[in-house]
Design a protein around this ligand. Sequence first.
Ligand code: GTP
Length: 364
Amino acid sequence: MKAIVLAGGFGTRLRPLSCTRPKLLFPVANRPLLDWTLERLAKSGIEEVILTVNYMAEAFVKRYRNFTYGMKITYSKEARPLRTGGPIKRAEKLIGHGGPFLVLNGDILTNMDYAELLKKHKEKKATATIALCRVEDPSRYGIAELTKNNRIRKFMEKPDRRKAPSNLANAGIYVLEPELFDYIPSGRPVSIEHEVFPKLAEEGKLYGHSFNGLWVDIGEPVDYLKANRLVLDTVVKQSQLGKDVIMGRETVIEAPSVVGEGATIGEASKIGSHTAVGDHSVVGKGVRIENSIVFGGTRVSDFASVKGAIVGEGVVIGRRVKIGDCCLVGDHAVIEDNVRFTRGVSVCPFRRVTESVLTPRCLM
Ligand code: GTP
């Protein structure tokens, strides 16, 4: 079976981190998000993946070339963003009309069993089967109204909690029959959720399959931190050190966490739980990092602290700097000594910051 992965979004809610890399290549427990997905697809027996790309397309080609995890990788590059349905139509020739295929939103981290989804799809002889995930807050998602037979009657977009017909959200993972290509207009942006699925539901050809596993839709920084925590909790489970990590005296690495290859952690520093420190990063003395993601090649100088934040690649954080919850520091930014950021400050790539910022804002 073939799979299409939608990988062309701008990731605007993760700016300024997404200004220099596509969201799907953000590290989750020190491995690009898309690597986790591709590995799972390969384990489910997928033989070919079509990556539909647009924004920073070359970054995907550079990383995955034409073959990865034993699967053939083909690229479908859009001249302009075609949203979530247009890229599927564009890949029609690559997919062919031989049988059902899988479509994934690439910004989802999940451990769902794709083979099980395909089995359910075949049992119902559906035109499309949507994976449905139980969510606590239906008001953030597209919520399905199901018949007893698991047919989807309709979707309610972001319903009020009290009016939601269920707590089963569209998980952004579908099995589709080639017949579906006839429902997508070609040559223009199409939202599959708004233009295609409602029509299929009306015609009684849309089914749902609910699952209870791990699922995070990485839209906002908090979701990204959550995805990182989930992988550390469920896959890594321990404090994992890469090759050639150098540790100073009295260094504490709390589980679960990962420290990448060739990183240095200085004397009396603490890497708290739910933290990922990227390859070749250098952490000084007396530093505290917790519940955070630090990309590779970053320097965190002596006595600095990073809590609940995301710090890009090649950043320099000065001595005694304090970086608080939900701060985002773009690649190669420089934060000078003694600067403090409270919650929600973001810094654009390559920016030099010399003074503290005590209200949430973006430093361009
Ligand atoms: P935001 O800009 O923050 O909303 O993020 P996003 O760009 O990822 O958009 P969204 O979360 O709606 O996208 C869901 C999935 O569809 C992601 O995997 C995107 O990469 C992908 N996607 C969104 N728009 C396009 C597009 O125009 N073309 C392609 N090929 N994929 C897209």
